[in-house]
Design a protein around this ligand. Structure first.
Ligand SMILES: Nc1ncnc2c1ncn2[C@@H]1O[C@H](COP(=O)(O)OP(=O)(O)OP(=O)(O)O)[C@@H](O)[C@H]1O
Ligand SMILES: [Mg+2]
Length: 246
């Protein structure tokens, strides 16, 4: 559905309805419904093991929920998981580019799978922008953790997707690269793209996100816009702390 509000077009590009995922007896995601509009920088926050990564995996068709409906850019994720992965960018929680390829070979491979043009120029841009040109010919297994994360960042955005699902993308990056990446992400949403972001770093969520959800024991316990003068840390501690005592 699309709404016209002045010259801004607001539409729901990510939708989860009544989604539940169980691993044996454990309910990792419990009847979650969320809807995220185009141009939103959405942050999914929550304690360890609360269901953030599982939610991202469901949204990107990597695992099937037991029940519920999931749509991304109008594509039914359960019916067409590959169709979704074709159009979105993903930075998984554990950055694992293939050990047997160099950084450059891996990026070229991603570009070829995505049938992109100007592959050489695109790769040059990302090596330069994230300052890891000296690692182009290093096997992925020998890259530092932060450099592997840079490579995973590059592969997620190299095809200019309209939506990116990024699971803790900043955690191993040095402060200079973190700043560049944050600016890149803010500009990315300013251009009308959408981010679904998971993080533990509440200051980063406060700085970047337009809207957050807090998930705890698989349930969404809070959803709301991010306001400059309202501390996300305070909301998080209040909501999660209160829920722990129920
Ligand atoms: N493949 C799996 N098999 C069994 N249990 C799983 C599996 N994947 C996740 N879980 C469990 O589901 C729950 C939610 O895990 P998830 O990885 O989504 O949490 P998270 O919020 O991303 O945590 P973190 O902040 O530590 O990254 C956890 O209890 C986890 O142990
Ligand atoms: Mg996780």
């Amino acid at each position: 559905m699309e709404f016209n509000k002045g010259d801004i077009i607001l539409s729901e590009v990510i939708e989860l309805k009544g989604v539940t995922k169980k691993f044996g007896k454990l309910v990792a995601v419990n009847n979650v419904s969320l809807s995220i509009r185009k141009g939103e920088f959405f942050g999914l926050l929550g304690p360890n093991g609360s269901g953030k990564t599982t939610t991202i995996k469901i949204l990107t068709g990597q695992i099937k929920p037991n029940s519920g409906h999931v749509k991304v850019l109008g594509v039914d994720v359960l019916r067409n998981p590959v169709g979704v992965r074709e159009v979105v960018g993903i930075i998984p929680e554990q950055e694992t580019p293939p050990s047997f390829l160099t950084a450059e070979e891996y990026l070229h491979l991603v570009c070829k799978i995505r049938v992109l043009k100007d592959i050489g120029e695109k790769c040059d841009y990302w090596f330069k922008f994230l300052e890891f040109e000296d690692s182009r010919n290093v096997l992925c297994k020998d890259l530092s953790r932060g450099t592997r994360q840079k490579l995973m960042f590059a592969q997620a955005f190299i095809h200019s997707p309209n939506i990116a699902f990024i699971d803790e993308p900043l955690i191993n990056l040095d402060p200079v690269i973190q700043k560049k990446v944050k600016d890149y992400l803010l500009d990315y949403v300013k251009k009308g793209n959408t981010i679904f972001f998971s993080t533990h770093i509440l200051e980063v969520a406060q700085e970047l996100c337009t809207k957050v959800g807090i998930i705890h024991n698989g349930r969404i316990i809070y959803e709301g816009p991010v306001k400059k003068n309202v501390s996300l840390e305070k909301i998080f501690l209040e909501k999660v702390g209160k829920d722990n005592h129920v």
